[in-house]
Ligand binder design. Structure first.
Ligand code: TXA
Ligand code: MG
Length: 314
């Protein structure tokens, strides 16, 4: 299949209208979309990604007013979260309407819904004029793409169209919050922090160990580059004999010269650069990637989740 590149969101949306799949930019990572109401279209996402069918997809809407088109109820605390963080990098898990078929939700009675704030994503969703199911636009298990080039590296020839945008602003996926219980439960840490959620709904909690059951996707290996990832508390832990064939990303500058070094300005910068750095390391054929750990709070919680998964520690 020929993969067409376009910067026209209306043109990209025509593929959705025709029942095809399209990759598009969002402020978190690039998504791979299809008409969420059409099971045949959605099945093309699973085929292109090689994704297990028991892992549900997030449904994207152009406006939060459409929440109740795909979900059958919006508890007051979910409404408060939507009011504050939508559009934005937040996914709410709500009880679904039947307009969303089983293939999207992996047969669950719930649906994850997100309203991206990225202007191109908004225009694309408006022109598609339907809810768009979209996971990250990578082959299953791989790091999420944060540039259109990374989408091509992952999926060229497996999809008919990629909508080109800038590098994703956050570089980490949305925060997934289960709103089907008494209080909000964070199933996947992401670009909206637990502290920010608690400012709006103080009872918000992390789902911790039962997250594996609640968010089926979290049981699979994720975000793994083809190069071995090792976590270090400080660049001083990098063994000298490995340094010339290794790469490092973190907040502290290493004293040793390495094959590749990225020193980030802060947590936001670290999150934004991480997945693209993994891809550059693959292309540069480094032998291992050392990543500096950060504190498990604020954006650091999402960053450490991705780092631990990339290092196969989760
Ligand atoms: O930022 C993002 O969320 C990106 C962009 C494209 O929107 N999307 C994304 O999708 O990261 P994906 O498929 O890579 O991850 C979706 C996560 C998975 O862990 C999945 O299990 C969980 O959300 N999820 C989706 N629907 C769910 C549901 N109904 N209940 C529980 N978890 C759900
Ligand atoms: Mg993904």
């Amino acid at each position: 299949m020929l993969t067409e590149l376009t910067d026209d969101p209306v043109k990209a949306a025509q593929f959705i209208r025709k029942g095809e799949i399209v990759a598009f930019p969002t402020e978190t990572v690039y998504g791979l979309g299809a008409d969420a109401r059409n099971p045949v279209s959605v099945s093309k996402i699973f085929a292109a990604k090689g994704r297990p069918t028991d892992n549900p997809l997030i449904v994207h809407i152009a406006d939060k007013l459409q929440l109740l088109e795909v979900a059958r109820e919006l508890p007051p605390f979910a409404e408060a979260l939507a009011e504050r963080f939508m559009p934005g990098p937040l996914t709410l898990v709500l009880f679904r309407r039947r307009i969303i078929p089983d293939i999207v939700t992996a047969g669950l009675d719930t649906v994850g819904v997100r309203c991206p704030q990225h202007p191109l994503a908004q225009e694309f969703l408006r022109a598609a004029a339907c809810p768009v199911a979209a996971p990250s636009a990578n082959r299953s298990g791989r790091p999420s793409p944060t540039t259109w080039r990374a989408v091509l590296t992952e999926l060229e020839g497996l999809l008919p169209c990629v909508l080109k945008g800038e590098q994703s602003h956050f570089g980490l996926e949305s925060t997934v919050v289960d709103c089907t219980g008494e209080m909000p439960l964070v199933l996947r840490a992401g670009a909206v922090t637990l502290e920010q959620l608690c400012q709006v709904v103080p009872s918000t909690r992390l789902a911790e160990c039962n997250a594996k059951v609640r968010s089926p996707g979290m049981k699979y290996r994720h975000y793994c580059p083809r190069v071995n990832v090792v976590l270090v508390n400080s660049p001083q832990e990098i063994p000298m004999e490995l340094s010339t064939r290794s790469a490092y990303i973190g907040l502290v500058t290493p004293k040793l010269p390495l094959q590749k070094t990225v020193v980030c300005e802060g947590l936001e910068d670290y999150a934004r650069q991480l997945f693209e750095f993994f891809r550059e390391c693959e292309m540069a054929n480094v032998e291992q990637i050392f990543c500096q750990t950060v504190e498990d709070r604020g954006l650091g919680l999402a960053l450490m989740d991705r780092l631990r998964r990339a290092a196969a520690m989760l």
